[in-house]
Design a protein. Sequence first.
Length: 188
Amino acid sequence: MRARFINEEQKQGSLFRSTNENWLWQLLDGGIEMPEMVWPPKFISFSRDSESGGMDKFGHVKIEFDEDEVFKQGAQEIVYETDFFDTHSDISNYVTAYSDKWDFYDQQGYFDDEENENKVDREHWYDWKAEIEGYEHEQEIIATKLKLVPGLIKKISFDPDVYNNQDPHEGLMELIKKYNIPYEGTKS
């Protein structure tokens, strides 16, 4: 179990995504589908942790999704174990930038067999399991497509500091109101 952060929020039945206005607008205007033949792969990321992605400044919009609705659309939970990452090279590359443990050890200059073990600088040894565990706090769920359906979005939160006391784009606000999606962080 990991330590909790101040103001960190986790709601049963909710998934979160930090993003920007353009991504939200695209979702509301017809949905999002990631290209299949892109390498490194791209996914739509969600987390059970409301603050996940916030430190990376992915955007100034936080969307709270209904977990069941996201999974109905084919989302997959990432399992932060070596076997999972070694058998899902697309997900491994997306999360860690390494296709699998062999790619990791090769790029690090390490070896994972007894014959070469003595050649590794043990003081600076960092293994594949530790690499994966470094991402576990993200509690990530991924999908390759997402369509707006009733109940998918529970709430949209805009960061008022980013908007300097102005509202998001008028067209985006019209879509949010059209679909009767609760929102906060705007002046109107």
